[in-house]
Design a protein around this ligand. Structure first.
Ligand code: HEC
Length: 224
């Protein structure tokens, strides 16, 4: 009995230890490896070798099964698509929309773009909801430079005063109510948020087009 027990313990320990050899490119001995290593379905790169991974499992897809083509585990190509790709290429001239369904903003980042942008109409209505959302976004992205009332006196613009001298201040933030900016349109503001202007950095990558239009609406209310 003792002998049997120690034999069982010894053999189990040997099996366990032998599977601990993982390191570098060697993943050691694995039980049911296809449970950890799922077959990657790459949209544009396929495994067209019908025998790839046949040793891994007994699963294969015989022609007798519906949809089966007689290939093994790793084969992952779609024979109905061009070049056996899993994903079809979009039709020519397809334009990608963002998650909210908006088309990309296409006016260029130059003076002509800015001039044309100022004629754009805000696609959002001036509802209390839109303005409130614009305010919340303004407080997140603009307030620290432009100030709560758009007077150019945000915390970042002002910096801090150390021993009577201003330090770390971000100069040149204008007052939205100044003569130069009084007449700017919501399209102009949208364009400036998107690309920035002179000393102001662009925010196009952080703020979605829809949110930029909301902020533009709110900035106009600050000018009143
Ligand atoms: C890091 C500070 C900073 C942040 C953040 C910032 N701005 Fe500005 N903004 C500036 C400065 C500086 C200018 C002056 C640009 C220049 O040199 O003409 C400016 C100019 C502007 C102008 C006037 C553009 C013109 O035609 O002269 C508008 C409108 C504006 N910002 C809106 C916004 C909005 C909306 C946000 C938030 C999404 C924002 N800014 C975030 C610093 C900032």
């Amino acid at each position: 009995m003792r002998l049997v027990k120690s034999l069982i313990t010894g053999v189990s320990a040997a099996v366990l230890l032998s599977s601990c050899g993982a390191g570098g490119d060697d993943q050691g001995t694995e039980y049911a490896p296809n449970m950890y290593h799922s077959v990657a379905y790459e949209p544009y790169s396929q495994i067209t070798d019908e025998d790839a991974g046949r040793w891994v499992t007994s699963i294969d897809y015989p022609t007798s099964v519906e949809g089966g083509e007689g290939h093994a585990e790793y084969y992952n190509s779609n024979r109905f698509n061009p070049h056996r790709m899993n994903m079809r290429e979009p039709a020519p001239n397809t334009v990608k929309r963002n998650a909210q369904g908006w088309l990309p903003y296409r006016l260029p980042n130059d003076s002509t773009g800015l001039r044309l942008a100022s004629r754009l109409k805000n696609p959002l209505d001036s509802t209390a909801e839109v303005v409130a959302a614009g305010k919340a976004l303004y407080e997140m992205y603009c307030d620290h430079c432009h100030g709560p009332k758009g007077e150019g006196n945000g915390k970042v613009a002002e910096g801090v005063e150390v021993d009577g001298t201003k330090k770390g201040n971000y100069n040149g933030v204008p007052n939205y109510k100044s003569d130069a900016l009084k007449k700017i349109t919501e399209g102009h503001i949208f364009h400036v948020i998107t690309y920035g202007k002179n000393l102001m950095w662009p925010h196009g990558s952080q703020i979605s087009p829809e949110d930029r239009w909301k902020i533009a609406k709110y900035v106009k209310t600050l000018q009143k």
